[in-house]
Design a protein around this ligand. Structure first.
Ligand SMILES: *[C@@H]1O[C@H](CO)[C@@H](O)[C@H](O)[C@H]1NC(C)=O
Ligand SMILES: *[C@@H]1O[C@H](CO)[C@@H](O)[C@H](O)[C@H]1NC(C)=O
Ligand SMILES: *[C@@H]1O[C@H](CO)[C@@H](O)[C@H](O)[C@H]1NC(C)=O
Ligand SMILES: *[C@@H]1O[C@H](CO)[C@@H](O)[C@H](O)[C@H]1NC(C)=O
Ligand SMILES: *[C@@H]1O[C@H](CO)[C@@H](O)[C@H](O)[C@H]1NC(C)=O
Ligand SMILES: *[C@@H]1O[C@H](CO)[C@@H](O)[C@H](O)[C@H]1NC(C)=O
Ligand SMILES: [Zn+2]
Length: 313
């Protein structure tokens, strides 16, 4: 029980809790515990049929009129962004004040309070590290904002609901600028203060979520039902993956794979902390209904032809 609770608080990551449970040690970097071993060592969920991440095949997207705009509360509030940490040598995690930050709308069944965000990356410019891919394309990094349905007193309770968690995923794409944008320059400037496993730094009142997400049209996104992308891979996540990317200069992206260590500076750096894509199986990925795909099927063929013909005039 305790193991699951702590794992879910970290949502996409948090191995400390699991390491208490002997056989459930997992990692990204060693053959003995990398993601190919998770379905064997942690079979309850990691071997399921609704796992994440997945490759998003845009040709197979289904339009869904319920995927309206979100309401984002607290995304401009720098007092709600609390602490940055080297999260167990697996990622960098920033904790949020869940009484101030929450998400609703967006076709989600209720209000979800925001607990934290964390990032997945590859190895600088030599390899990409997003978890989701789009038509096979992997981006440089992926940021996940982890949210819990607000009707639940704790994550253990949220676990029993297949839509108990909502994760917002944002792709980060490299640009050839340097030190851009300022929000990411600020965020990455804290990394050198948390090189070792477990290091933390208070960053309250220095950064907002919206400044990190700049350039993204948050009304355009993909939606599917999946899982946590780290053990114990629970299948209780409503996934939102935004179509637009956050543009961050390559020099700042490089800091993630060159500044943070799995244990301490005498050991390996955190690199390639992403899970490869999983089988979609019988799931469908949905998105906003485009005008083309809604309008024409709804009309008779002759009317559609007329509109088509008129559009040439
Ligand atoms: C995990 O380790 C195995 C064995 O070395 C290797 O074949 C596989 O590519 C690794 N997987 C990942 C995702 O690193
Ligand atoms: C959502 O956040 C706002 C402040 O940003 C707060 O007033 C509201 O009570 C929160 N809602 C929930 C359900 O936590
Ligand atoms: C990451 O890239 C650096 C420099 O390109 C290289 O030296 C290192 O071996 C790479 N690390 C991994 C784990 O591939
Ligand atoms: C979580 O909430 C449920 C439902 O209210 C309760 O039964 C359970 O004891 C709580 N668990 C923890 C760990 O707080
Ligand atoms: C970056 O940090 C500086 C100094 O703390 C602050 O004044 C500025 O508002 C921050 N900018 C962004 C976009 O976060
Ligand atoms: C996800 O599952 C819920 C029920 O658990 C269902 O109502 C919803 O339509 C599913 N969403 C997608 C995108 O398939
Ligand atoms: Zn994640």
């Amino acid at each position: 029980m305790k193991v699951q609770l702590v794992t879910l608080i970290a949502a996409c990551l948090l191995p400390t809790a699991l390491s208490e449970g002997s056989s459930a040690v997992w990692c990204y970097n060693l053959p003995s515990c990398n993601s190919t071993t998770w379905p064997i060592d942690i079979p309850e969920h990691c071997s399921g049929t609704k796992q994440s991440p997945v490759n998003i095949v845009t040709a197979n997207i289904q339009g869904d009129a319920s995927l309206v705009a979100f309401n984002f509360a607290g995304f401009d509030d720098s007092s709600a962004v609390l602490q940055i940490q080297n999260a167990d040598g697996k990622s960098v995690k920033v904790s949020l004040d869940d009484s101030k930050v929450n998400v609703s709308g967006g076709g989600l069944p209720g209000v979800y309070v925001s607990e934290q965000f964390h990032i997945h990356w590859g190895n600088g410019s030599s390899s990409a590290g997003s978890e989701h891919t789009v038509d096979g394309k992997q981006y440089a990094m992926e940021l996940h904002i982890v949210n819990i349905k607000s009707i639940y007193p704790n994550v253990t309770a949220a676990l029993a609901d297949p839509t108990g968690l909502a994760v917002l995923g944002f792709f980060i794409e490299a640009t050839s600028d340097s030190g851009k944008p300022q929000s990411w320059k600020n965020l990455t400037s804290y990394l050198s203060s948390i090189p070792n496993n477990g290091n933390t730094l208070d960053i309250m009142n220095t950064i907002t979520l919206n400044s990190l997400l700049q350039g993204v049209d948050k009304t355009k996104y993909y939606r599917y039902n999946g899982s946590l992308t780290t053990p114990s891979c629970n299948e209780g996540v409503v996934w939102t993956v935004f179509k637009d990317t956050i543009k961050v200069s390559q020099d700042l992206i490089n800091l993630f794979s060159t500044t943070l260590y799995i244990n301490t500076k005498s050991g390996p750096l955190i690199t390639n902390n992403f899970r490869p894509v999983q089988k979609l199986n019988n799931r469908v990925i949905k998105s906003q209904v485009s005008s083309a795909s809604t309008l024409y099927p709804a009309l008779s063929i002759s009317t559609a032809l007329l509109i088509y013909t008129l559009s040439w005039l």
